[in-house]
Design a protein around this ligand. Structure first.
Ligand code: DAK
Length: 265
């Protein structure tokens, strides 16, 4: 296992681990239910950027602990923030930094994923949930609205009616309801959620890394563009994939009936 220092600045509030080709970022502020303080956000963003810049890391798992993924933005830090301070808050820059990660991200959620915690899971590319997971956007009860993508990504994932209900009422949903909504990819037992997420990430990590990044970009483009523009974008990304050595290897390995050896080229 590589020392976490290899992945840049990190603090005790976010733990870094490397398991094979999978980077693991674990929120570790249990006394505040992993609330995303400005310090936690900065540390997590730096760690994700460091993983993203490391060619040996091919997929990243973002996790919390058994009891809580993250209980949202730090309400104590936010309460005294003035309107002017909120306008220039570095916390706002956290979200585009997560979205800019080209490496596929898997959220591993056990316990509460509320407010910005739910938005962080939604900003990842897949979600593996423990049967104990509870998702929600309770911001309305604090007099604010979701600010980290919770209205936009949630509506795209679960549809307008369901998003409206969750955002307007603050109702939490459990793992099974989240599965029915198409919000999570799979529900795992309460002792297996992290291993299951690492398993999914391990599968992605075995795929050719240029192609997984292109595929991520192509799927995300479906949220941005109309069909014709999206298909056009997909075509360009497909052409880039055709220029890689890995696709020659993948196709040759298939024809030669052997496992491929992808090199990230
Ligand atoms: N912030 C700060 N502290 C928190 C916290 C939070 N979000 N959640 C929990 N804590 C603290 C509690 O205050 C308590 O601290 P002490 O009293 O010990 O000092 C400690 O963690 C334990 O909390 P509880 O006693 O409440 O623990 P329980 O296990 O009973 O309950 C809970 C766990 C997660 C159900 C509960 O703590 C809870 O409801 N937490 C608040 C959930 C919430 O309302 N989340 C939404 C936060 S607003 C933005 C982008 C995004 C956002 C804002 C701006 N921009 C782009 C600018 C996002 C906003 C939000 O997420």
């Amino acid at each position: 296992m590589e020392p976490p220092e290899a992945h840049g600045a990190h603090g005790s509030t976010v733990l870094a681990e490397v398991r094979g080709a999978v980077g693991l970022a674990r929120l570790n502020r249990p006394e505040a239910r992993n609330a995303l303080s400005p310090e936690v956000m900065e540390t997590l963003a730096q760690l994700l950027e460091a993983f993203d810049a490391d060619p040996a890391i091919r997929c990243v798992v973002v996790a919390g602990g058994d009891e809580v993924f993250a209980a949202g933005a730090d309400i104590k830090a936010m309460r005294d923030r003035s309107f002017q301070e909120a306008l220039v808050s570095p916390a706002a820059r956290f979200w585009p930094r997560v979205a800019a990660c080209r490496t596929p991200l898997v959220a591993a959620v056990s316990g509460y994923a509320l407010g910005a915690g739910c938005e962080l899971a939604l900003a990842c590319d897949m979600i593996v949930a423990s049967e104990t997971a509870e998702f929600g956007q309770p911001e309305i009860m604090l007099g604010i609205i979701p600010g980290g993508g919770g209205t936009q990504r949630l509506a795209r994932v679960v549809g307008k009616q369901r998003a409206m209900e969750l955002v307007l009422t603050g109702r939490r949903i459990g793992a099974q309801e989240a599965l029915r909504f198409g919000f999570v990819n799979q529900v795992a037992g309460k002792r297996e959620w992290l291993e299951k997420a690492l398993e999914v990430a391990g599968v992605v990590a075995r795929r050719p890394p240029i192609a997984t990044r292109l595929a991520k970009q192509a799927v995300l483009a479906a949220e941005e563009a109309g069909l014709t523009a999206g298909l056009d974008h997909e075509r360009r990304l497909f052409e880039i994939a055709m220029a890689t050595e890995d696709r020659v290897e993948g196709m040759t390995a298939f024809i030669e009936k052997r496992p491929p050896e992808f090199r990230g080229r």
